[in-house]
Design a protein. Structure first.
Length: 187
């Protein structure tokens, strides 16, 4: 990692995980394989910020620790990248095992349970699917009707405007939100 840490992706240690490496990597990983409109790719770091925001919208008063879990929901992608679901399935169970081990190490590193409670996992997955709808319509060239077929349609009152940012801004925004959540999580 850029921090100097050496991470064994087959047996990751929480001690080798740094938030700066995660932010750096996620800000440089493009959602939709970079097939989006605009001058800048929409990064996984930006997507993570949107998912955390949607989770808070869906469950007002969501405890800080679960907001942190939402922000870190795709954190393993700082190492393994963002792959579309059909490709993940084609790779077989080994991919999911590696991703899960990374997720567990990341959770341990930042004081989250290795496995999230089922209701929180469902909430984050719902927020993730809602983010995909906004991304599809606003930056990935889907019509509203097409997005409604493939993604979770947003409830009324949820309005997200996406503005893909340069890598440095995405990285700074991710780190800033992490710092706020992390400080409040440990208080």
């Amino acid at each position: 990692m850029l921090s100097g840490r050496r991470l064994d992706i087959l047996d990751p240690s929480p001690l080798d995980i740094e938030i700066e490496d995660i932010a750096h990597g996620l800000a440089r990983v493009a959602r939709w394989n970079g097939q989006t409109a605009g001058q800048h790719a929409f990064s996984v770091a930006e997507h993570s910020l949107v998912v955390e925001r949607i989770a808070r919208h869906l469950k007002p008063g969501l405890p800080v620790r679960w907001c942190l879990a939402a922000l870190l929901h795709d954190a393993p992608e700082y190492v393994i990248g963002d792959m579309i679901s059909p490709f993940k399935a084609a790779l077989g169970p080994e991919y999911k095992i590696i991703e899960h081990k990374l997720e567990q190490a990341i959770h341990l590193r930042f004081g989250l349970p290795v496995s999230l409670p089922a209701g929180i996992a469902r909430l984050i997955k719902r927020a993730d699917r809602l983010s995909a709808w906004f991304e599809a319509v606003q930056i990935a060239g889907f019509s509203t009707q097409e997005a409604n077929k493939h993604f979770l349609r947003p409830p009324s009152g949820l309005d997200i405007s996406l503005q893909p940012q340069p890598v440095a801004k995405a990285q700074i925004a991710f780190l800033a939100r992490f710092e706020v959540l992390s400080q409040n999580h440990h208080e």
